[in-house]
Design a protein around this ligand. Structure first.
Ligand SMILES: *[C@@H]1O[C@H](CO)[C@@H](O)[C@H](O)[C@H]1NC(C)=O
Ligand SMILES: *[C@@H]1O[C@H](CO)[C@@H](O)[C@H](O)[C@H]1NC(C)=O
Length: 341
């Protein structure tokens, strides 16, 4: 790095015009940029007009990501003429936009949540330093919710589009968008049954490619059946739910229950039998974990495991489904949901 610094620029700039706009706290910035997770984002920074000289070739640009503690600031990119260097987690992932000779904007490709923060752009042009701070916030369609697949008691692939929309509403959720499913896939969702999305397409997310799920040779991704006939075609559905406005809980009581008893038991506890959306939201957004199979409102029996262990979904965190047993079977407990007053 020092070798870059020793190329001194002969600057005609007068000492009197030296300007440094370096400002106080690391979190203060004059521009804020919003970006979607996975997008390419440009953080603007320009050489100020008054600093324009014949010697722009010697300009040094330094981008830093700021931390609360100055000592923990991260180097992002250093540029000196043709010499460019990127650092750490930014290596080979950032470049200067350089649309013209005054453009020192930084492009970050494939932004992640961790890229959120404040960035400092320093343009060192002989005597004249310019410092600009830019805030970056990386947004995800799933910042505030989660996606779950739903198939009904009748068995898989029995929803046309309208049924699918209604099925999600019945779970206190809404039918997911492509963006929702895409974010969920990036977050690791792998599901080998195709489901409706709100745009009328039918897709499913695969993170671990395998033969029965669109082929072992295809890479990970969303498998897309495209737009399907909304009346005639039958599939599952992907639903999207936001954080719960209430509490999801296992009802502690001495006996195993059949379905009707389970509904009544929650009611007697001042609550309602929980819906499938509730168990997924509690599991994913609250880390709810319980290795007891309980009835849910749609007649399914499930249990949420966020800490995989022996006999409780050992291989992965998941909401396990026992199935849709005979409603007379007195074999299970119950999960209840009490809405916030
Ligand atoms: C981001 O930029 C890279 C490299 O310039 C390009 O390959 C990629 O397709 C871009 N991604 C998006 C989402 O535009
Ligand atoms: C909780 O309440 C907020 C605000 O009213 C709403 O946007 C959100 O969808 C609710 N969550 C659920 C799961 O219904």
């Amino acid at each position: 790095m020092t070798s870059l610094l020793c190329i001194i620029v002969f600057s005609l700039t007068l000492a009197g015009s030296v300007s440094s706009q370096l400002t106080g706290t690391p979190t203060s910035y004059s521009v804020k940029v919003l970006a979607d997770l996975g997008a390419n984002v440009t953080l603007p920074c320009r050489l100020p007009k008054e600093s324009h000289s014949f010697f722009t070739v010697g300009i040094r640009v330094k981008w830093t990501k700021l931390a609360d503690d100055e000592a923990l600031n991260e180097d992002v990119l250093l540029s000196m003429g043709f010499h460019k260097k990127t650092y750490g987690s930014f290596e080979d992932r950032v470049y200067l936009q350089e649309l013209d000779s005054e453009d020192a904007s930084l492009v970050i490709t494939d932004v992640s949540k961790d890229d959120t923060g404040t960035y400092r752009c320093e343009i060192i042009n002989g005597m004249l330093d310019t410092v600009q701070q830019i805030g970056l916030e990386v947004q995800s369609a799933l910042t505030d919710g989660m996606v779950f697949p739903y198939s009904p008691p009748l068995g898989r692939y029995s929803f046309n589009f309208d049924d699918a929309v209604q099925a999600c509403l019945d779970q206190d959720a809404v039918i997911a968008s492509f963006e929702h499913l895409f974010e969920a896939w990036k977050d690791g969702l792998d599901w080998c049954n195709a489901g409706w999305l709100d745009d009328g397409t039918v897709q499913y997310p695969i993170t671990k490619p395998r033969q029965p799920c669109g082929g072992a040779n295809k890479g990970p991704g969303l498998r897309n059946y495209g737009r399907r006939d909304k009346y005639m075609s039958l599939f599952d559905v992907f639903c999207f739910i936001r954080p719960l406005n209430g509490s999801f809980y296992w009802l502690t009581q001495p006996e195993r229950l059949n379905f009707d008893e389970a509904v009544q038991a929650c009611f007697d506890d001042g609550a309602e039998i929980a819906k499938v959306g509730h168990i997924f939201a509690a599991w994913k957004l609250e880390g709810y974990d319980r290795c007891d199979a309980g009835w849910l409102a749609d007649g399914s029996v499930r249990y949420p495991i966020s800490r995989p262990r022996k006999n409780c979904s050992p291989a992965e965190a998941a909401v396990r489904v026992v199935g849709f047993p005979d409603k007379q079977e007195k074999l299970y407990g119950v999960y209840c949901f009490r809405p916030e007053p």
